[in-house]
Ligand binder design. Structure first.
Ligand code: GLU
Length: 264
C-alpha cells in the first residue's frame, strides 16, 4: 500500500517549534517512503478553535517548508461522518450514556489514576439501564484488563492496559459534538492514512483509538510518535507560551533554515 501521512493541527493558537518538528518528521517519512502527505484542520471545537489560527497554521507550515497534497480538509464540515460512526458504536453496544459532571469525577476520591496522572473514569454510569437524558455524554466502555499493544515505529513495542492506564473515555459530548478520539479515527480511516506521526503525548490515546478501530471494524494505521520538545526550563512547549511560536521566531527575523536548525 502507498504511504499516506497527514499533518493534523488544532487551531487553538499559533504553532510552536514542537509542532513544526513533528510535522517535519511526518514530511520526511512520507518523502522517504515516496508517499503522500495530507493536511487536516482539526477545528471542531468552535469555542477554542479560531479561523485566524487556521489561516496562521497553514501560513506558518508553508513558511517553514512543509508541502502537502490537495486541499486542506476541515473537520468542521464532516459532522455527518462522525455522527454515523457514533450511531454505529451506540447500536453495537460499545457506549453508555454518562451524566457525571466534571465535578462528580473530581470528587470520586477513590478513582485511580492512569497514564499521565489522569483520573480513570470510576464507572458510575457504566451499568445505567434507564433511558439516557437528551443531553448527556456518551463513553466507550473499555474492556477492563485487556492489554492493548502496538509497535511504535519510533519507541518500539507499546503496551497499555484498559481500565488501568486509561478508563472509559468520551466519544460524544452532550453539546452534540464528537470527541477527539472519535474524529481522529474516523478521519484517519476515511483518508486512508497508513502511518500517523504525532507527539508522544498521544501514546496512550493510540491505545484508546485502537479499540475504536476494532469496534468500528476499520483498519488501523501504523504509528510513529515523536519526542516532545522542551523549553530551556525543561517544560513542554505549549501554545499559550508564545516565545517559541513560529510566528514569533519569524517576526524576530529568523529564517526557516535557522528555525529548522533547532531540530535537525
Ligand atoms: N490535532 C491534534 C493535536 O493538535 C493531533 C491529532 C493527531 O495527530 O492525532 O494535538
Amino acid at each position: 500500500m502507498n504511504y499516506r501521512g497527514r499533518l493534523a493541527p488544532t487551531p487553538t493558537g499559533y504553532l510552536h517549534l514542537g509542532h513544526a518538528r513533528t510535522f517535519w518528521i511526518a514530511q520526511e517519512r512520507a518523502r522517504s517512503a515516496g508517499g503522500t502527505l495530507l493536511y487536516r484542520n482539526e477545528n471542531l471545537d468552535s469555542d477554542r478553535c479560531k479561523p485566524e489560527y487556521t489561516v496562521a497554521a497553514i501560513e506558518d507550515c508553508r513558511w517553514i517548508g512543509l508541502h502537502w497534497e490537495g486541499d486542506v480538509l476541515h473537520q468542521s464540515g464532516r459532522l455527518d461522518l462522525y455522527l454515523k460512526a457514533f450511531e454505529q458504536l451506540k447500536q453495537s453496544g460499545y457506549l453508555f450514556p454518562c451524566t457525571c459532571t466534571r465535578r462528580d469525577l473530581e470528587n470520586a476520591v477513590a478513582a485511580p489514576h492512569g497514564e499521565g496522572g489522569e483520573t480513570i473514569y470510576p464507572g458510575t454510569c457504566r451499568e445505567q439501564t434507564t433511558p439516557p437524558e437528551a443531553d448527556c455524554n456518551w463513553r466507550f466502555r473499555v474492556p477492563d484488563g485487556e492489554q492493548v499493544t502496538f509497535e511504535d515505529a519510533h519507541y518500539g513495542p507499546q503496551q497499555f492496559v484498559a481500565g488501568r492506564d486509561f478508563g472509559d473515555f468520551p466519544v460524544w459530548q452532550k453539546n452534540g459534538m464528537p470527541s477527539y478520539q472519535l474524529t481522529v479515527v474516523v478521519d484517519d480511516a476515511d483518508q486512508e492514512i497508513t502511518e500517523v506521526v504525532r507527539g508522544a503525548d498521544l501514546l496512550v490515546s493510540t491505545a484508546r483509538q485502537l479499540l475504536l478501530y476494532r469496534a468500528l471494524e476499520l483498519i488501523a494505521p501504523s504509528f510513529y510518535h515523536c519526542d516532545l520538545m522542551l523549553d530551556a526550563e525543561g517544560n513542554r512547549l505549549a501554545k499559550r507560551n508564545q516565545a517559541l511560536s513560529l510566528r514569533e521566531l519569524r517576526t524576530n527575523g529568523k529564517t526557516p533554515e535557522e528555525v529548522r536548525k533547532r531540530w535537525i
